[in-house]
Write a protein that binds this ligand. Structure first.
Ligand SMILES: Cc1cc2nc3c(=O)[nH]c(=O)nc-3n(C[C@H](O)[C@H](O)[C@H](O)COP(=O)(O)OP(=O)(O)OC[C@H]3O[C@@H](n4cnc5c(N)ncnc54)[C@H](O)[C@@H]3O)c2cc1C
Length: 422
């Protein structure tokens, strides 16, 4: 089979689907190749299955959650902003709600509904969707792209197909959660077309302490402080909620420090997380409270053994935390308890990697992409969108908004490009 698709989009994630829709809405003939049997496998598991579509913070605040160069996204954001994204989803039949922290979710709280809305819209505007299509190579003669892909639709026979394109949008995602389809192959396509790829590393991933106790698994801490030390220097301080899991320290607070922590671990630096269980209480007041609680037991012998210490701990923390806190606080005494609660130390051994990373930091170098169009500076007719770019955001809807904004801009620009060259 050989076709002359005007614009070929590689990748049916949020960036690719939005790019395809916007290109088709602007009059282009669009073919989208997705290697999975269905589009949006990662999108369907976002936000714990609820999909935090975007965040309503104004650009000034939004930008502080975008790394490493937020200025690059500015044009894409203003072209298709968070407000425009919400309006767009509402206009295609997906109602949305705003929750704590300016986060927008589908009203149904079902990520699948977001996938369905985008797939439905692609069909409505005439995007030709080719699933089970795993792109394996791409090249260009300067006027069009030859995309070679394996057709995986038949389990018995893999057929190799070719499709030609006047413009190509690469939206293959990064390396995180590879089981959803994003295995980093897009970087190979980009570099085979001459692009540089900056160093990639997992971000928003769990951090595994050196000595960790299984009693902490599934313990959630609300409104605690978290300090990140790299080579013994304090580099980041955050407040919020944190979760201990089998993979280590994560949750929104753990994720917030993970970018710097992973980067430091990969550079061979020492990384330590220090939790403040009582960030709102000054140390002098906490010491006083410990003394008062101990006195309230009216023990006639002043010896504080393990059993008594755990009774004291119970006054300061939820029951499920008492044993693991005691176990990880060697040599705990009444005199050191307040200090330990404000300074609970976890030297970090490693991170959980791409398997558990919400997002990939690094990617196609932003220096080689025009921020106003998402077009390559090196190859005419080549566009990029989404996580494949050297862009990543914090948790809170920033990553999907970047996928939608860069996708929309890439789609519109590619449509303009093909109409100009045709
Ligand atoms: C568990 C989890 C929860 C998340 N929750 C949120 C959230 O609530 N809010 C938020 O803002 N962000 C969230 N994110 C991040 C967000 O999902 C990603 O940043 C976003 O999906 C990136 O979109 P993308 O389209 O660039 O890439 P992807 O979503 O990774 O899509 C890329 C697509 O390209 C396809 N592909 C790859 N290679 C090929 C090939 N060779 N041929 C054909 N197709 C190919 C893949 O199969 C995939 O479908 C979450 C991520 C994870 C892992």
């Amino acid at each position: 089979m050989e076709e002359n698709g005007r614009i070929v989009v590689i990748g049916g994630g949020p960036a690719g689907m939005m790019a395809a829709i916007k290109a088709a809405e602007n009059g282009a003939e669009v073919v989208l190749l997705e290697k999975n049997h269905l589009c949006g496998r990662k999108l369907a598991i976002t936000g714990k299955g609820r999909c935090n579509i975007t965040n309503t913070k104004p650009w000034g605040e939004f930008a502080t959650h975008v790394h490493p160069k937020n200025n690059f996204v500015k044009s894409a954001f203003f072209n298709f902003s968070n407000a425009a994204t919400i309006d767009y989803f509402n206009s295609i039949g997906l109602e949305t709600v705003e929750t704590q922290g300016n986060r927008i979710f589908p009203k149904s709280m079902r990520a699948f509904d977001v996938v369905d809305a985008l797939v439905g819209r692609m069909k409505q505007v005439g995007v030709k969707l080719v699933t089970d299509a795993d792109l394996i190579a791409v090249c260009t003669d300067g006027s069009q792209f030859k995309c070679t892909y394996n057709d995986l639709s038949s389990p018995r026979l893999i057929r190799t197909e070719v499709i030609m394109a006047k413009a190509l949008i690469v939206a293959t995602g990064g390396l995180s959660y590879p089981a959803t389809g994003s295995n980093g192959k897009g970087y190979y396509f980009a570099s085979s077309l001459g692009h540089s790829i900056t160093r990639c590393f997992p971000s928003l991933t769990a951090l595994m302490p050196r000595s960790y106790v299984s009693g902490l698994y599934d313990v959630e801490l609300k409104n605690v402080g978290l300090n990140l030390f790299v080579d013994h220097d304090l580099v980041q301080s955050e407040m919020g909620d944190l979760t201990f899991t089998e993979d280590g320290i994560e949750g929104s607070l753990g994720f917030r420090v993970s970018r710097k922590a992973v980067n430091a671990l990969e550079n061979g630096s020492s990384v330590e997380l220090v939790i403040d269980l009582k960030p709102a209480v000054p140390i002098s007041e906490l010491k006083e409270r410990v003394r008062n609680e101990v006195a309230s037991f009216k023990w006639d012998v002043p010896v504080i053994n393990e059993a008594r210490m755990k009774k004291v701990l119970r006054r300061f923390m939820p029951a499920e935390m008492v044993d693991p806190f005691y176990e990880t606080s060697k040599g705990l005494t009444v005199n050191t308890l307040a200090d330990r609660m404000k300074d609970w130390r976890f030297p970090i051994a490693r991170h959980a990697g791409y398997r558990r990373a919400v997002v990939t930091a690094g990617g196609v170098s932003l220096d080689e992409v025009v921020s106003k169009t998402m077009q390559s500076r090196l190859v005419k007719g080549l566009f990029f969108a989404g996580e494949i770019l050297d862009l990543d955001g914090d948790t809170g809807g920033y990553n999907l908004q970047m996928a939608f904004s860069t996708g929309a801009l890439a789609g519109q620009s590619a449509a303009r490009y093909v109409s100009a060259v045709s």
